[in-house]
Design a protein around this ligand. Structure first.
Ligand SMILES: [Zn+2]
Length: 520
C-alpha cells in the first residue's frame, strides 16, 4: 500500500467510529463476550470463600470482606466505600475439636455455633447425658443437679440419616410411611419433653442458660438439614459454656451410647474470642451517571453469611454476580446515563439490617431509584422474575428483558404485576419504601436442604455457568435500565385477596433496621 492512502484510511476509520454510535445490541454483545471470555468469577470466589471465609456479622472476616471488595472495585477503576450503619457483638471463631474418648476413641464431626463461648484452653472432658423426660418443671428442677459437670444432649435423635428423597426411591411405600409416622410422633414427643422442663430453647432464660447455670459444661445439639451429612449452624444461646452442633451420625452415636448406659465421654476443645461491640458496614460502589447522575440503578446482594460453611451460595454467589456485573459494566459501558450503584449489605441474616439502614440513610437514592436487582437464593440460574406488584413493571422490565440473550431469558418465568415480596431478602427493604426493587430468583439446586445456612455451603457447590449467566443477565438489565429514556413508574397495583384467609393483601411498610445487635 502506498503511503498517501494512510491519512485517508485513518479519516475513514474515524468517521465510521464517530458516526456509528454503539447500539444496544453492540453493548449486549460486548457484555456477553467479556463475561464468557474474561470471567473473574472463579478467582473472586476463591478469594472470598476460601481465603476470607464466612462473613458472620461482627466478625473480623466480615470486615476483611468489606475491605477486600473496596480494593477489588478500586482495582477496576470503580469508586467504592464502606458505609457504617451500626454495630454488632464482635466475635471470632477459633478451632473446634471433638473426640469421643469413652467407651472407644473416635474423632467426631461438629462445630461450635456462632457467638458461642469456648472451653478453657486445655479443653473439657466429660460425660454426655440426654435431656431427661420429666413430667413437669418441678421434676426438672429436681433433676438439674445431675447436669453439673456434664455435656447435655439437647436434640432429638433422628431415626434416619437418609433424606426423604432417598426413602422415596428405595423404601417400600409401607416402610416409608411407617418411618414418617414414627418420626412425626418422635418430634411431637421431643417438643413435649422440652416444654415439660418449663423452659424454651429460645430467648431469655432459655433452657440452655438454665443448664449452664446448673453447671453443665456444654450443650450438644444436632440441627439436621434433611440431606446426607448436612446440618444448619446458627447462633448459640449459652453465655458461659460452649454450644456445639454434631453431625447427625455422631450425635446419634452419643445418644445411643447414653441411652443404653455406656456413659459416653467426649473431650471438647473449642476456642472463640468475644471482641465487644464492632462497627458494621455496607460496601457501596458507584459508577457516576453522565446525563442523569441523580437517578440510580442498583445492583444488590447481601454480603454477610452464617458461618457453618463459607456462605458460598448464601450469598457468596449473589455477591459474585453483582461484582462481576459491575466490573463488566465499567469496562463496556463506563459512562452510564444514570448512576449505577452496588450495595453489598451487612446483616441480612438477622433481618435485612444493612439494606434497611441504607434505605433510611439515603432517601435521595430511594426516591430516585430507576430499579434495583437483588439476588439471594443460591447458585442457580435465574428462573423467576416478578413485577413485585408494580402496575407497569411489565412495560419496563419487558423492554429490558428483550435484549437479554434467548438462552438466558428463555429460562425465566415472569409474573406481572406480581405481589410485593415480604421479608425474603434485601430488595424487600426497597419495595417497602415504594421503590422498584426486584428479585432475580434462582433455580434451587437443593438450596434449602444442602446449602442454605449449612455446614456444606462451600465453594464446591457453586455452579459457575449459572452464576456467569446471572452476571450477564444483571449487567444487561442494569444497562437497559440506565439507558431507558423513561423513568420507571411506581404505581402500585391493587393486590389480590389472599385465598387462604379471604383477606385483602396490603403493601408492606418500611421496618426499622436493628443497628445494635447481639449485645444483651
Ligand atoms: Zn441470603
Amino acid at each position: 500500500m502506498k503511503t498517501f492512502y494512510k491519512p485517508f484510511l485513518f479519516l475513514l476509520t474515524l468517521v465510521v467510529s464517530v458516526g456509528h454510535a454503539q447500539t444496544a445490541d453492540d453493548v449486549v454483545k460486548s457484555i456477553v463476550k467479556e463475561a464468557n471470555e474474561n470471567s473473574q468469577l472463579e478467582i473472586l470466589a476463591h478469594e472470598l470463600m476460601d481465603v476470607i471465609g464466612p462473613r458472620l456479622v461482627g466478625t473480623p472476616q466480615m470486615k476483611q470482606a468489606n475491605d477486600w471488595a473496596v480494593a477489588k472495585y478500586q482495582g477496576w477503576g470503580i469508586t467504592a466505600r464502606n458505609e457504617q450503619w451500626g454495630e454488632w457483638r464482635g466475635w471470632e471463631r477459633g478451632i473446634t475439636h471433638i473426640d469421643l474418648v469413652e467407651p472407644r476413641v473416635r474423632t467426631l464431626e461438629g462445630m461450635m455455633l456462632a457467638w458461642s463461648p469456648g472451653t478453657p484452653k486445655k479443653g473439657v472432658t466429660a460425660e454426655c447425658v440426654i435431656l431427661p423426660d420429666v413430667a413437669n418443671a418441678e421434676e426438672f428442677k429436681a433433676w438439674l443437679p445431675n447436669a453439673k459437670g456434664k455435656f447435655v444432649l439437647l436434640s432429638m435423635n433422628q431415626p434416619t440419616g437418609r433424606p426423604d428423597y432417598n426413602w422415596e426411591e428405595f423404601a417400600t411405600d409401607e416402610s416409608f410411611k411407617k418411618m414418617r409416622d414414627e418420626r412425626n410422633a418422635m418430634n411431637r414427643a421431643w417438643r413435649q419433653r422440652i416444654r415439660n422442663t418449663g423452659h424454651s430453647t429460645r430467648g431469655a432464660n432459655s433452657l440452655q442458660q438454665v443448664l449452664e447455670d446448673a453447671g453443665a459444661v456444654g450443650i450438644i445439639q444436632s440441627n439436621w438439614s434433611r440431606g446426607f451429612g448436612v446440618n444448619k449452624i446458627f447462633g448459640a444461646n449459652t453465655k458461659k459454656v460452649p454450644t456445639v452442633d454434631l453431625s447427625l451420625e455422631d450425635y446419634g452415636l452419643l445418644y445411643r451410647l447414653a441411652e443404653h448406659g455406656s456413659k459416653p465421654q467426649i473431650r471438647l476443645k473449642a476456642e472463640s474470642k468475644d471482641l465487644g461491640p464492632q462497627p458494621t458496614y455496607n460496601t457501596i460502589a458507584e459508577i457516576k451517571g453522565s446525563e442523569k447522575p441523580n437517578e440510580y440503578v442498583m445492583l444488590s446482594a447481601h454480603f454477610d453469611s452464617w458461618d457453618g460453611g463459607t456462605g458460598a451460595t448464601d450469598n457468596g454467589t449473589g455477591t459474585l454476580v453483582m461484582m462481576e456485573a459491575l466490573r463488566i459494566l465499567k469496562k463496556i459501558y463506563p459512562n452510564p446515563k444514570r448512576t449505577i450503584l452496588v450495595g453489598h449489605w451487612g446483616s441480612e441474616e438477622q433481618g435485612l439490617n444493612g439494606s434497611r439502614a441504607f434505605v433510611e440513610d439515603h432517601p435521595e437514592v430511594v426516591d430516585n431509584l430507576q430499579a434495583l436487582f437483588n439476588q439471594d437464593n443460591g447458585t442457580g440460574r435465574v428462573v423467576r422474575l416478578s413485577g413485585q406488584g408494580f402496575l407497569h413493571a411489565y412495560d419496563y422490565l419487558g423492554r429490558w428483558m428483550e435484549k437479554v440473550p434467548r438462552n438466558i431469558s428463555s429460562q425465566i418465568e415472569t409474573t406481572f404485576p406480581g405481589t410485593p415480596g415480604g421479608g425474603g431478602s434485601d430488595y424487600a427493604a426497597f419495595v417497602a419504601a415504594g421503590a422498584p426493587g426486584f428479585s432475580l430468583s434462582s433455580l434451587n439446586w437443593s438450596y434449602f436442604s444442602y446449602t442454605w445456612h449449612t455446614n456444606r455451603d462451600t465453594y464446591d457447590k457453586i455452579v459457575f455457568d449459572d452464576v456467569r449467566n446471572n452476571a450477564i443477565l444483571t449487567a444487561i438489565l442494569v444497562y437497559m435500565a440506565s439507558e431507558d429514556p423513561e423513568t420507571t413508574s411506581r404505581e402500585r397495583s391493587v393486590l389480590p385477596v389472599n385465598p387462604r384467609n379471604g383477606q385483602q393483601r396490603t403493601w408492606p411498610t418500611p421496618r426499622k433496621a436493628n443497628r445494635k445487635g447481639g449485645m444483651n
